[in-house]
Each structure stands twice: as C-alpha cells, then as structure tokens.
Design a protein. Structure first.
Length: 113
C-alpha cells in the first residue's frame, strides 16, 4: 500500500509541475506581447526625444562657435580691428538671410501669402 501511495503522489506532483509550467508560459507570452506592443514603441520615442535634444544642443553650440569665429576672422583679418565693419557685414548677411526666409514662408493652410 505504501508503494501505491508514492506513485499517486508522484503523478500529482508532475501534474502540478505541468500546470505551473503552463501558467508560467502563459504569463511569459503575455509579457512578451505587452513588451512588443507597448514598451518597445515607448522606448523608441524616448530615445528619439533624447537624441533629438542632444543633437539640437550640439547644433546650437556649433552655430554659436561658427558665428563667433566668423566675426573674429572678419574683425582681425578682413577689416584690421574695425569691429563696426565686421559687425555690419555679419549683421547684413543675417538680415538678408532673414528676408529670404521670410519671403518663402507659407500660411498655415498651405497656400502662399
């Protein structure tokens, strides 16, 4: 009788292990679906925002350094320490660029003004 009791206990343990493996597989599949459908797009958006901010900050620093270098080069080499001339030339170039961009603008509805 003792042997019969051991075999039924082993059978119930294997059924219990099988049940727990199925439950774990179901939970694993559900988490995989949630990760693929929700978390992956959120992570991609977060990375895009972070990289965009880093690129914008680096671009701003580069633009400022180039502007300072151009004014310095104009001041020292082109106009012989006449700051007003280099500032006037650089300001005129920026104004012309602004006028060009302003003339090419469009309205919010997509038509030209």
């Amino acid at each position: 009788m003792v042997q019969g009791s051991d075999s039924s206990t082993g059978a119930s343990e294997s059924a219990s292990e099988e049940w727990s493996e199925r439950a774990l597989d179901l939970v694993d599949q559900a988490l995989g679906v949630v990760h693929d459908r929700v978390l992956r797009p959120v992570l991609l958006v977060g990375r895009s925002v972070v990289f965009g901010v880093v690129i914008a900050v680096v671009a701003l620093v580069v633009v400022i350094l180039v502007a300072v270098a151009v004014v310095r080069l104009l001041d020292v080499y082109a106009f012989g320490n006449r700051v007003w001339a280099s500032d006037a030339l650089f300001g005129t170039a920026l104004c012309v660029g602004g006028f060009v961009v302003w003339s090419r603008r469009t309205s919010r509805t997509g038509g030209r003004r």
